[in-house]
Design a binder for this molecule. Structure first.
Ligand code: ADP
Length: 244
């Protein structure tokens, strides 16, 4: 479902992604772990070209974009339409209700008629457990509920893969579980997911594969059991010890 080849990203003279290659089969949940500044968010943002990579290629759901040369807006749009993204902060429109927030992309990007968009938005909000909160504005919702609106908004566009960038890190501890629960359900339904997270329990119990990054490289990857119980690399071991 996702193939990344030799991806590179540089900010000024700082090489943030050095040579990233990875494959994510359909239905797999990949957790990306690593210290702050290791390039996790940049990698995720390069997958849907929120950041423009300097080299390498990304293929998602059959759409390939090669970076380094000319990349057209159409190339970017095709890749982006394959992905749904959930950010650390929800980025909801404050003057739109939950329902209107989920409808927005359907109406403006996908040109879905309003009535149909409304029905779709209602379905996805119900799916994330917000069937009774659809007409509330973001400020009337808890952080966890806001994140779930963000998930519904991404899902409503029917992406092939979901990208999560530390979706629970800005939440109060008591609100983390309700968001993880929705993500767990999605994983169980077979959604292909790439999740940047510091939630080790989530990575351990939900992910099919764990990737440990440092300094712009993938240092180690493997099944959660292997990486958590017997990491091959000393750096992985040291990082994981911080969470014990
Ligand atoms: P992580 O998600 O692992 O914490 P990031 O991908 O956010 O790491 O950042 C990796 C490195 O890239 C950091 O050194 C960060 O300062 C730098 N960086 C990220 N975004 C930008 C940007 N827009 N401009 C310049 N440097 C950036």
């Amino acid at each position: 479902m996702i193939t990344v080849r030799n991806l590179q990203k540089q900010f000024d003279d700082h090489l943030v992604l050095r040579d990233i290659s990875l494959e994510v089969p359909k239905g797999e949940v990949v957790a990306i772990l690593g210290p702050s500044g290791s390039g996790k968010t940049t990698l995720l943002r390069c997958l849907n070209v929120l950041e423009m990579p300097n080299g390498g290629s990304v293929t998602i759901g059959g759409e390939t974009v090669e970076f380094g040369g000319k990349v057209t807006k159409q190339d970017i749009a095709k890749l982006r339409s394959q992905t749904g993204m959930v950010f650390q902060q929800h980025n909801l429109f404050p003057h739109f209700t939950a329902l209107e927030n989920v409808m927005e992309g359907l109406v403006t990007v996908k040109r879905v008629p309003r009535l149909k968009a409304r029905a779709t938005a209602e379905m996805f909000l119900t799916k994330v457990g917000l069937g009774d909160k659809m007409n509330l504005y973001p400020f009337q919702l808890s952080g966890g509920q806001q994140q779930r609106v963000g998930i519904a908004r991404a899902l409503a566009m029917e992406p092939q893969v979901m990208l999560f960038d530390e979706p629970t890190s800005a939440l109060d501890p008591e609100l983390v579980q309700e968001v993880l629960k929705v993500m767990k359900e999605l994983a169980a339904e077979g959604m292909t997911m790439v999740v940047v997270t510091h939630e080790m329990r989530f990575a351990r119990s939900i992910a099919n594969r764990v990737i440990f990054m440092e300094g712009g490289y993938i240092v180690e990857e493997g099944q959660p059991e292997q990486v958590f119980q017997s990491p091959r690399e000393e750096r992985t071991k040291q990082f994981l010890q911080l969470f014990e």
